[in-house]
Design a protein around this ligand. Structure first.
Ligand code: ZN
Length: 399
């Protein structure tokens, strides 16, 4: 795909608004310094965003006797955005304002056995309408971002492959358009977490970042040169299905020894069962309860839990070291419910393991942190897709 001047202008618009969200009120000179854009470019982009109600004037800054500098800030009422996290077992929709503050949310449980696309898109539509109704905002809804598990063709609006529902080429966007009367933007949770970190989290202001998502499934989002790397078919980041152990465990993708089968929640449960068959930490096949018990037992100094955590961190560190060697990132961010639950102890051991497995030069310049985002990063990232879509259409409106 060719990069056009419109793409560059849209990317610059992202940088200006992202910086204004991070630090408001802002002045044009400060914004130019923070984004590296020229003062003339900043002036044009700010005027454009003010004309679209996304930024508003906020008085003047004292400039010590010189000409007073105009200040502006993000206009929370300039528009509402909807972010939807669709998972195997639930739909979670959030309505946020332009500063990405939550106005309302709606949550629906799904029956994991029900894989019929039309029934599912109706449930998604119901959650979006419920959240939008509760938000009762006078601001126009600028769009809805939907994060769907699996591989997504975002341009064509098709769920190419979703392992959990055994979906192949489901025309999701046209089904959703029957339910949701707003501009729609589709992508997957890996990309949503990456975009949330770029806009609001630990990757903000970074050029090269990796967001490693640990949950039931495992994947990674890459930002290269400050922009998400999607790949030719929008399926970059299937790090969970790279091989860690030759002839290792059978993965749900059918291959042997994948990263996911060691550091995803079912993989961690399997490690626990191998170390201590019949352990009371195992809550049947309930992943959430088992990982919660494991986290608690680690804090209490339980030796079995400690061994499980060390083995998991070693596998995680080896797999992260491959990414560090390949991409030489500034930062690696651990996110997803498993990373959140196992927290600082997992982070500490994973850092040590990366230090053992990665080459010295890239390792020395790579920071490894837990995600600082406290809300659901997937719905926040999905709302950001809608914000990015709205910013792209600012340009198409011809201003
Ligand atoms: Zn696999």
């Amino acid at each position: 795909m060719r990069t056009t001047s419109r793409d560059i202008r849209t990317a610059n618009r992202y940088r200006v608004l992202r910086q204004a969200i991070a630090e408001s009120p802002a002045s044009r000179p400060r914004l130019a310094a923070a984004t590296g854009l020229s003062p003339a470019t900043v002036t044009t982009l700010v005027a454009e965003l003010i004309a679209h109600d996304m930024l508003v004037d906020a008085g003047f800054e004292d400039s010590g006797g010189g000409r007073p500098r105009g200040l502006f800030e993000v206009n929370p009422g300039g528009g509402a955005l909807i972010g939807v996290d669709v998972a195997e077992t639930y739909v979670h929709a959030e309505v946020v304002d332009l500063t990405l503050r939550t106005l309302a949310r709606a949550h629906e449980e799904l029956d994991p056995g029900d894989r019929e696309p039309t029934r599912l898109t109706r449930r998604i539509g119901a959650a979006v309408r419920a959240a939008a109704g509760r938000a009762a905002t006078g601001a126009p809804v600028l769009g809805a971002g939907i994060s769907m598990p699996g591989m997504v063709d975002r341009e064509g609006g098709v769920s190419v492959y979703a392992a959990n529902w055994d979906w192949h080429h489901v025309p999701l966007l046209s089904l959703l358009a029957d339910e949701i009367p707003f501009p729609l933007h589709l992508d997957n949770p890996m990309r949503a977490c990456l975009v949330a970190e770029l806009w609001f989290g630990a990757a903000s202001g970074r050029e090269d970042a990796i967001v490693a998502n640990l949950g039931t499934g495992v994947g990674a989002g890459f930002a290269l040169g400050g922009a998400p790397h999607r790949g030719a078919s929008n399926s970059a980041g299937e790090w969970g299905h790279t091989r860690l152990v030759p002839d290792g465990r059978r993965c749900r993708c059918g291959r042997l020894g994948c990263v996911e089968s060691y550091v995803g929640a079912p993989g961690i449960m399997r490690t626990l069962a191998e170390i201590s068959p019949g352990s009371p930490l195992l809550a049947g096949d309930d992943q959430t309860a088992t990982v919660a018990r494991l986290a608690r037992a680690c804090r209490e100094g339980d030796p079995v839990a400690d061994q499980v955590l060390r083995r998991t961190a070693d596998h995680l560190g080896a797999a992260l070291a491959d990414l560090v060697n390949l991409l030489d990132p500034e930062i690696v961010i651990l996110t997803g419910w498993v990373a959140r639950r196992l927290g600082a102890p997992l982070l500490g051991l994973a850092r040590e393991a990366v230090a053992r497995h990665a080459l010295r030069r890239p390792r020395e310049t790579t920071e490894i942190v837990l995600s600082p985002i406290r809300v659901n990063p997937v719905s926040l990232g999905a709302a950001t897709f809608a914000l990015e879509g709205a910013l792209a259409s600012v340009g198409r409106a011809g201003s």
